[in-house]
Design a protein around this ligand. Structure first.
Ligand code: CP
Ligand code: NVA
Length: 312
C-alpha cells in the first residue's frame, strides 16, 4: 500500500474519494452514529516528535470510534529528547517493530526524510501527520472545508498570506491537483521551495488553473474566494522568532485586507493561531471565519484516511 508522504502521492480521483467518504462520516456523526467497527481491532501507531492538538485528537478519536486501537508514542517514549537521530533505535527498526503490532503508522516529525525512511522500511503505509515540508492531512481537511462552504469550488481562488511552509506547500499542491487557482504572498526569503512550486506548476497546467506568487499580500488576496494564513513561526523555528515577527510584520490578515477579497470570502487557518500576529481577533472571530469547521473536518478526514489506508 502506498504511503501518504505528501499530497502528490494521491491522484485527484483518490482525493475526491477520500473527501467524499469524509462527508459520509460527517453525516453519520450528525445523525448520531458515533461508533462502528470498520477497523475491527486494527492497531494504529501515532508517532509524534512534535506537539499536536487537532491531529492527535482527530486520529485518536477517529481510530477508536471506527473500532481500531490507537497507540500514541510521543518523542520521549521511543526516541531520546533530540528526536529520531538520537533515539533508542534506528528509524527502520522502529518501523519494522511497529508493523508487527499495527496496520498503519501516522507520524509527525521534524524532517521529511524521516517520513521517507519510515515509508521505505516497511510495506505497511505511513501517513505524514506534518513534517518540515508537508502537511497533507491538513490540506485534505482544508479542501473538505472549502467544498462545505463553497459548493461551486471549482476554479475558485485560494489565497495564502505568510510563510511558504509545510501548510502552504500542501495547500498549493491540493489546489493544483483538484483544480483551484492558488496565489501566495510571502516576504522575500520565505517563499515555498522552488522544487515544490515547479511540481505544482506542472500539475496546474494539466488542471487548467493559475498559481501566482507575490510579495504583496494585497496582490495575492485580490478577489480571492478563500484567504488562508498560518503561524509565522513553525514548530522547530522558535529561535528565529524575533527575526520572523519583524520580517512578517506586513503580512497580518486584517479586516481591511479581507475587504480586497470577494465579499463572501471565507477565512481559514490550520491552527494553532497566534492572535495579534498573523491574524487579528476580529478576523478570527468574524463573519468570514470558518476556522472551527475547518478543525472539525480534521476528524472526518482522519476517519476517511483510516478507512482508505487500512484497505477497508
Ligand atoms: N493544524 C494542526 O495540525 O494542528 P495540531 O498541530 O494541533 O495538530
Ligand atoms: N506550520 C505550522 C503548522 C502547525 C499545524 C508548524 O509546522 O508548526
Amino acid at each position: 500500500m502506498k504511503s501518504l508522504t505528501q499530497i502528490f502521492d494521491l491522484t485527484a480521483e483518490e482525493v475526491f474519494g477520500i473527501v467524499r467518504q469524509a462527508f459520509v462520516f460527517k453525516e453519520k456523526l450528525e445523525t448520531g452514529v458515533r461508533k462502528e467497527n470498520l477497523l475491527d481491532g486494527r492497531g494504529v501507531a501515532l508517532v509524534f516528535e512534535k506537539p499536536s492538538l487537532r491531529t492527535k485528537v482527530a486520529f485518536e478519536v477517529a481510530t477508536t470510534s471506527l473500532g481500531g486501537i490507537p497507540v500514541f508514542l510521543s518523542s520521549g517514549q521511543i526516541f531520546a529528547s533530540g528526536g529520531y537521530e538520537q533515539g533508542r533505535e534506528s528509524i527502520p527498526d522502529i518501523a519494522r517493530n511497529l508493523e508487527r503490532f499495527t496496520d498503519l503508522i501516522i507520524a509527525r516529525v521534524y524532517r521529511h526524510e524521516t517520513i521517507q525512511i519510515l515509508a521505505q522500511s516497511i510495506s505497511k503505509p505511513i501517513i505524514n501527520a506534518l513534517c518540515d515540508k508537508h502537511h497533507p492531512t491538513q490540506a485534505l481537511a482544508d479542501f473538505m472545508t472549502i467544498m462545505w462552504h463553497k459548493p461551486a469550488w471549482q476554479k475558485m481562488k485560494v489565497a495564502f498570506v505568510g510563510d511558504g511552509n509545510n501548510v502552504a506547500t500542501s495547500l498549493m499542491q491540493i489546489c493544483a491537483l483538484v483544480g483551484m487557482h492558488f496565489s501566495i504572498a510571502s516576504p522575500p526569503g520565505y517563499e515555498i521551495p522552488k522544487n515544490e512550486c515547479e511540481k505544482a506548476i506542472d500539475m496546474a497546467k494539466k488542471t487548467g488553473v493559475q498559481l501566482e506568487f507575490f510579495t504583496d499580500p494585497r496582490e495575492a488576496v485580490k478577489q480571492a474566494d478563500v484567504v488562508y494564513t498560518d503561524t509565522f513561526v513553525s514548530m522547530g523555528q522558535e529561535e528565529e522568532t524575533a527575526k520572523r515577527l519583524k520580517d512578517f510584520s506586513e503580512y497580518q490578515i486584517t479586516d481591511e485586507l479581507l475587504k480586497t477579497a470577494k465579499s463572501d470570502v471565507i477565512f481559514m487557518h490550520c491552527l494553532p493561531a497566534h492572535r495579534g500576529q498573523e491574524v487579528t481577533d476580529e478576523v478570527m472571530d468574524g463573519a468570514h471565519s470558518v476556522i472551527f469547521d475547518q478543525a472539525e473536518c480534521r476528524l472526518h478526514i482522519a476517519k476517511s484516511l483510516l478507512a482508505h489506508y487500512c484497505r477497508i
